[in-house]
Ligand binder design. Structure first.
Ligand SMILES: Nc1ncnc2c1ncn2[C@@H]1O[C@H](COP(=O)(O)OP(=O)(O)OP(=O)(O)O)[C@@H](O)[C@H]1O
Length: 228
């Protein structure tokens, strides 16, 4: 569960990016976050995995109150949240296998468990046959599938994606969306900021629209709206 109450965020330069947000996202939901450029979508979702801290207000993620969370406990929070970015953020000198295994190595899993789990998630994203490849030997869609595999290897309760199809062509974007849908169908909550109007209007989900740092619309099976 994701809960925000009376959340405000002002960046050090004085920009008020989030101007009073109250929201509850239940386990297993699939939510699109839409809105114009600069509306605060990225800031909103970055606060969920403690990449940014609110200036005021309360955020509780999977039962963890972020306002009282010690810095030393942030890695524990991050393990319960998978994050996927527009630019994939894979480590270029590591193979596909190693990129995905990394998250399990840092928590001290046994090599045997790591191997099994990594091959299972690579199988899910249909990239087992490219386990020994390096990121620059893959297409954009394949790199995004590796980043999705990496984000779910810990079995997170929540998956957060910031514009995950932003660098992909339409066909590849749809493949990636079907993967998110499958992961959501297995019970993972998905929160996705996106500018992809066609996807939002076709693959209907809850839509939260953010404008000027506020939620201006929150609809089950909503529409993208009139944004670019
Ligand atoms: N690190 C930062 N420091 C200062 N201001 C920032 C920072 N990050 C974002 N902002 C500002 O906060 C506001 C909200 O930005 P944010 O990136 O959350 O919007 P967005 O809706 O995700 O935009 P886009 O769709 O273009 O990605 C903007 O005015 C932006 O310039």
């Amino acid at each position: 569960m994701i809960e925000m109450s009376e959340v405000y965020k002002t960046y050090p330069n004085g920009v008020l990016a989030i101007n009073g947000i109250d929201i509850v996202i239940h386990p297993g939901e699939f939510v699109y976050v839409v809105g114009p450029s600069g509306a605060g979508k990225s800031t909103f979702i970055k606060m969920m995995y403690r990449e940014e801290k609110p200036s005021s207000g309360k955020i509780v993620i999977n039962g963890i109150d972020l306002s009282t969370l010690k810095e030393s406990k942030v890695p524990m929070l991050r393990r319960s949240i998978g994050v996927v970015f527009q630019d994939f953020k894979l480590l270029p000198k590591l193979t596909v296998f190693e990129n995905v295994a990394f998250a399990l190595e840092v928590i001290g899993e046994s090599p045997r468990n790591i191997r099994k789990r990594v091959l299972d998630v690579l199988d899910l994203v249909q990239l087992k046959h490219k386990a020994r490849f390096f990121p620059d030997e893959l297409s954009g869609g394949e790199q995004q599938r590796v980043s999705i595999a990496r984000s779910i290897v810990n079995n997170p309760a929540v998956m957060i994606a910031d514009e995950p199809t932003g660098n992909l062509d339409p066909d590849t974007s749809w493949e990636i969306m079907h993967l998110f849908e499958e992961i959501n169908n297995r019970g993972t909550t998905v929160v996705m900021a996106t500018h992809n109007k066609e996807i939002v209007n076709t693959l209907k989900k809850r839509v939260i629209a953010v404008e000027d740092g506020k939620i201006v619309r929150d609809e089950a099976r909503g529409e993208y709206g009139l944004y670019d």
